[in-house]
Ligand binder design. Structure first.
Ligand SMILES: *Cc1c(COP(=O)(O)O)cnc(C)c1O
Length: 384
């Protein structure tokens, strides 16, 4: 049915009507007093969302631009850098760091498994000459639905003392607790089309004092992504270049909504949606790609054995107007991914799970008990 699509991919995520409406007006001048007021409120709410007193800068980029800025402003060519890779995004950061001439050491884990924190400990403790300048970790690895143990890896980074931790929090910010100041995270990147409940187009990068210290000696050429002009402008409630004014109207509305819901409630909601989705899949005999103790709260990856993942996606789209994501690279056709990030409520999960059950029946999958998935999801939702 036209105009009935339900977006259940891990980004872009659904956008509330109030956000869409706040964007549906004429842009205003970005050097005007009115726009400065919007910027002031957004900056303060962004700090609240990031649980930091430091800078959270806004860039007209997708999440990748925010991560690129996070690397080239604080690291140098030739720097020894550890990059955790257990999926498509980790891989991207490894390649990017290499492209900028860093001495990259990849810490691999099988896709679908979390990064081994012990390897980080060994490498960091073994670095007596303090040669390691950066550790790059993807918190929620969207390609596999794995949540990496950022807190533990960060403890080893803190014990090392010298190096910076650079975090891809694109699908964890606003979905799971990341107390940036409490943990002392240095650089945290994210993007508007994920947990922020607004359309694609804005990148965010939070930077610690320690990161700004490293900025003083960082020499990789940069222009549009040089973060200093953004920092200076933000202090004056403005931006160095023309920002996507209407997107920022949407951001203001979305951040107000998040503030009204409260961080604890937002995290609890994502936890609940994840638990319900996972319980339903288990009841339906659908193997989950990520283990229970390392499950992303933004996306659940399912690796069906008795049905083709792409056929499931096809029927879900055609008959139920529900968009699910497929697998990437070697996981193409092997997994499907259901996003439950941002503007998603219990009802959405119930609708998606019952549609999934019906899809499996349509595809003639044997051995499933119709109703068992929805019963399992309902139980989780009723009890939490
Ligand atoms: C979406 C995403 C990104 C950023 O992708 P863009 O397309 O550049 O916005 C980065 N990391 C993760 C884990 C993501 O899910």
């Amino acid at each position: 049915m036209e105009n009935k699509q339900m977006l259940m991919i891990p980004g872009p995520t659904p956008v509330p009507e109030s956000v869409l409406l706040s964007m549906a007006k004429s842009p205003i001048g970005h050097r005007s007093g009115d726009f400065s007021k919007v910027m002031e409120e957004c900056t303060s709410l962004l700090k609240w969302l990031h649980q930091t007193e430091s800078d959270v800068l806004m860039l007209t980029t997708s999440g990748t631009g925010a991560m690129e800025a996070g690397m080239i402003n604080f690291l140098n060519q030739g720097d020894r850098v550890l990059v955790g890779v257990n999926g498509k995004f980790g891989e991207r950061w490894g390649e990017m760091a290499q492209m900028f001439g860093m001495e990259v050491e990849i810490i691999n884990a099988e896709w679908g498994k979390p990064l081994d924190t012990e390897v980080f400990r060994e490498k960091l403790e073994g670095d007596k000459n303090k040669e390691i300048k950066g550790v790059i970790v993807t918190h929620s690895e969207t390609s596999t639905g794995v949540l990496n143990d950022l807190e533990t890896i960060n403890k080893y980074v803190k014990a090392h003392g010298e190096c910076l931790i650079i975090v891809d929090a694109v699908t964890s910010l606003g979905a799971v607790n990341i107390p940036i100041d409490e943990w002392g995270l240095d650089v945290v990147g994210s993007g508007s089309q994920k947990g922020y409940m607004i359309p694609p187009g804005l990148g965010f990068v939070a930077c610690s004092k320690k990161a700004w210290k490293a900025y003083e000696t960082a020499k990789i050429p940069r222009s549009y992504l040089d973060l200093m002009p953004y920092k200076k402008s933000a202090a004056k409630n403005t931006t160095p270049f023309t920002p996507p004014v209407n997107l920022i109207f949407g951001l203001q509305t979305a951040l107000r909504m998040m503030k009204a819901e409260g961080l604890e409630s937002i995290f609890a909601r994502h936890q609940r949606l994840t638990a319900a989705t996972r319980a339903a899949c288990k009841s339906l005999g659908l193997p989950l790609f990520a283990p229970d103790d390392a499950a992303s709260t933004a996306v659940t990856a399912v690796a069906p054995t008795n049905v083709d993942a792409e056929e499931v996606r096809g029927v879900m789209k055609k008959h139920f107007d529900i968009a699910l994501a497929g697998g990437q690279d070697h996981l193409t056709g092997k997994i499907f991914r259901m996003g439950h990030l941002g503007f998603v409520c219990d009802r959405d999960i119930l609708a998606a799970i019952s549609s999934l059950e019906c899809t499996l029946q349509k595809l003639g999958v044997e051995g499933i008990t119709p109703g068992s998935g929805i019963a399992a999801a309902a139980k989780v939702l009723a009890e939490s």
